[in-house]
Unconditional design. Structure first.
Length: 137
């Protein structure tokens, strides 16, 4: 099972990130986790939020370049090595991870990641009884 993530393309110039944050705030959309990957000219601001479909439509209407994508989000124990154990299961199954970021939610660690083989990843998660994070839209 996957959750929805917003990938927002932002120019590296003053005020662009604030515009996005202000729009989401005024719409009462709660950011649960976020990360930024940047280059010299632009950044990709990835967000997990409580209402991804609403956020997507809002930002699209404002002319902001973004995508709504499916990503995996798995709970792991908040202890040293727990993330490594989960990633080892995926790696040994031949699953390549495109990117990953982590955060804490409800006193558990959360791994958010994207793979190129969604079906196989779902299968490995189910077979190994890994716990999916559920965030309702």
């Amino acid at each position: 099972m996957t959750i929805k993530q917003l990938s927002i393309f932002i120019e590296n110039k003053g005020g662009t990130l604030i515009k996005v944050l202000d729009l989401l705030s005024k719409a009462n959309i709660q950011i649960i986790a976020s990360t930024v990957a940047d280059t010299q000219e632009y950044g990709i601001y990835r967000i997990i939020c409580n209402e991804p479909a609403k956020a997507y439509l809002l930002l699209k209407e404002e002319g902001i370049n973004l995508q709504l994508t499916d990503v995996f989000a798995l709970y792991v124990d908040d202890k040293p090595g727990a993330a490594a154990e989960t990633l080892k299961i995926l790696s040994e199954a031949g699953i390549a991870i495109s990117y990953i970021y982590t955060f804490l939610l409800h006193e558990k660690g959360v791994l958010v990641f994207r793979t190129s083989d969604m079906d196989k990843t779902n299968e490995v998660i189910a077979l190994n009884k890994l716990k999916n994070v559920v965030i309702l839209d």
